[in-house]
Design a protein around this ligand. Structure first.
Ligand code: GLP
Length: 241
């Protein structure tokens, strides 16, 4: 695992944006796997700036987001659809038809989620996957458990995650209890992965991810098995390494 320790959040965001922009310059038709959460906000802001300065062009890029809450409409201010448009898509030139974000299917037909993986395969697979990490070591919404799913699926969120994400909602009761997420197999299939981690509350998960035993109880630890993964952490998130 390649580890880059950034000076601070701004530095982390610039470095992450630099890696994404390099990938897109190298391959204008790059397939990007994208993450949400507070951590990559600075990266998206940097990418928007680079686009405005004509340093990067997303015209032929294809994107697949990692996850989405169940039962929130795409217009809901806390949905990941809304987040992606607000922080990124509205400000750059990714074509609408090239944007993919998982969608909840209220009949919960498991097969319909597999369609998302099929679309990723048809696009040629993910070239660069951007990830964050939950304080409990979750990746996307793959929560710690005795087993993990390979493909995109519907998942019950853990109490830890509901509590951590309640900061975005008016009350914990409003946090959705379920989400649709790419599975660990879909994520591990990406050719290259960068994982962004910022802040002290991520230090233990980052430690487990880099130096702990590989276990489904810390989904990020599975990333030790990936051939091309870079951890991009600020000093606080890297403090236990
Ligand atoms: C969320 C998302 C993840 C994200 C993680 C960390 O629940 N599903 O994709 O990486 O938790 O979020 P944050 O960056 O806000 O700490």
């Amino acid at each position: 695992m390649n580890i880059i320790i950034a000076e601070n959040y701004q530095d982390l965001s610039e470095k992450a944006a630099g890696i994404v922009a390099e990938e897109v310059k190298r391959n204008q038709q790059a397939v990007l796997g994208l993450a949400t959460g507070s951590t990559p906000e600075g990266m998206y802001a940097q990418l928007v700036k680079m686009f405005q300065e004509k340093k990067v062009d997303f015209n032929s890029v294809v994107t697949f987001n990692l996850d989405e809450y169940a039962c929130l409409s795409p217009e809901h201010a806390q949905s990941y659809h809304y987040y992606m448009h607000q922080h990124f898509f509205e400000h750059v030139n990714v074509r609408d038809e090239n944007i993919h974000i998982p969608c909840y299917n209220d009949k919960n037909i498991a097969d319909s989620y597999l369609e998302y993986d099929r679309m990723i395969s048809e696009a040629g697979g993910i070239d660069l996957q951007v990830l964050g990490i939950g304080g409990n070591g979750h990746i996307g919404f793959n929560e710690p458990n005795n087993y993990l799913h390979t493909h995109t699926h519907l998942i019950d969120l853990s109490e830890d995650t509901i509590e951590a994400n309640s900061r975005f909602f008016d009350s914990p009761g409003e946090v959705p209890r379920q989400a649709v997420t790419m599975g660990m197999g879909s994520i591990m299939d990406a050719l290259k992965i960068i994982l962004l981690a910022s802040g002290k509350n991520k230090a233990r998960a980052v430690q487990g991810m880099c130096t702990g035993k590989i276990t489904t109880n810390l989904p990020a630890s599975l990333l030790q098995l990936h051939r091309d993964i870079t951890l991009l952490a600020d000093k606080e998130a890297a403090s236990l390494l």
